[in-house]
Design a protein around this ligand. Structure first.
Ligand SMILES: Cc1cc2nc3c(=O)[nH]c(=O)nc-3n(C[C@H](O)[C@H](O)[C@H](O)COP(=O)(O)OP(=O)(O)OC[C@H]3O[C@@H](n4cnc5c(N)ncnc54)[C@H](O)[C@@H]3O)c2cc1C
Length: 258
């Protein structure tokens, strides 16, 4: 079984700075972590590998420093890791991100299953998984909370819906996105950390994957962030004086005027 896990590097803080000119996230010098949902995707892939045999690939598109994050993924028992990194990938919206990842998937090749997190904690769109599946032309299912049965040809799983759960069957190769209920990720061990330190992270440019420049990065992004801002919440306060009866009368008058 060859499983590819899409792993995004996200800021490990809520105080993300935006570039005022390009309106893109300033990722340099920000402590970065594996997108929390992707740790569940990694763990599930590793569990399948342990059951059926095979290999788990970690795939990311990001800045060169994301290689360290992929090394951490290796310490979580991913076997090989590929980082798509190139100025030409920069400023990608979800469509261009999916295109870049599809080229990475093609480069890895011969996969049975792709697992993504439900969503990224920074971009938060939950679009990349389904969009990647569409770009690759494979089936997908989102919000998977449990894999009930899996073989080389198909899998049966539980999907969380607004009203409860759905049991679905999906033929492989396919893509799923997973929610945190699916498992409890293991911590790295000393042994896996040692392996991670020695593992080479393959870095790949747009040219290396014969990518189309018009479909990658800012050029390939039909949507662009025009403006980012923190909403201003104004709080006005009025002190109401007088007896309890006067205060409640005044308060009622204020509320009625609202
Ligand atoms: C309308 C719009 C315009 C945007 N414009 C810009 C822009 O101009 N510049 C800019 O910098 N950003 C921009 N972004 C943000 C950028 O699109 C996202 O960071 C990126 O596309 C991933 O989307 P997401 O964070 O919502 O991931 P989600 O769709 O929430 O992520 C779901 C899963 O997909 C996988 N995944 C997502 N991204 C990656 C990745 N890079 N590598 C590996 N796996 C991944 C992970 O498994 C993740 O759990 C824009 C976003 C939107 C919605």
């Amino acid at each position: 079984m060859k499983i590819i896990v899409c792993i995004k590097q996200v800021p490990g803080t809520n105080e993300v700075k935006m570039d005022p000119v390009t309106n893109t996230i300033m990722r340099e010098n920000v402590a970065a972590i594996i997108n929390p949902f992707d740790t569940y995707a990694i763990e599930e892939a590793v569990r399948i590998k342990e059951k059926l045999g095979g290999e788990v690939y970690g795939l990311s598109m990001g800045i060169p420093a994301a290689a360290e994050m992929l090394r951490e993924a290796v310490s979580l028992r991913v076997n090989k890791a590929v980082l798509l990194t190139d100025r030409k990938f920069a400023g990608a919206d979800t469509l261009a991100t999916s295109y870049a990842l599809s080229k990475g998937v093609e480069k890895i090749g011969g996969y049975d299953l792709i697992i993504c997190g439900k969503q990224a904690t920074d971009g938060d769109t939950a679009q990349v998984g389904p969009s990647l599946a569409k770009t690759l032309g494979i089936a997908y299912a989102t919000d998977i909370s449990r894999i009930l049965e899996i073989s080389r040809d198909s899998m049966r799983c539980m999907k969380i819906t607004d009203d409860g759960y759905e049991e679905i069957e999906i033929r492989l190769p396919a893509l799923i996105t997973v929610v945190k209920e699916i498992n409890m990720p293991r911590l790295p061990s000393i042994k896996t950390m040692r392996i991670a330190r020695k593992t080479e992270i393959e870095t790949v440019s747009l040219d290396d994957v014969s990518g189309d420049e018009t479909r990658a990065g800012l050029k390939g992004s039909p949507t662009q962030v025009r403006r980012t801002f923190v909403p201003v919440h104004e709080v006005k306060s009025t002190e109401i004086q007088g007896t309890a009866a006067e205060q409640s009368q005044k308060l009622a008058e204020i509320l009625l005027k609202m």
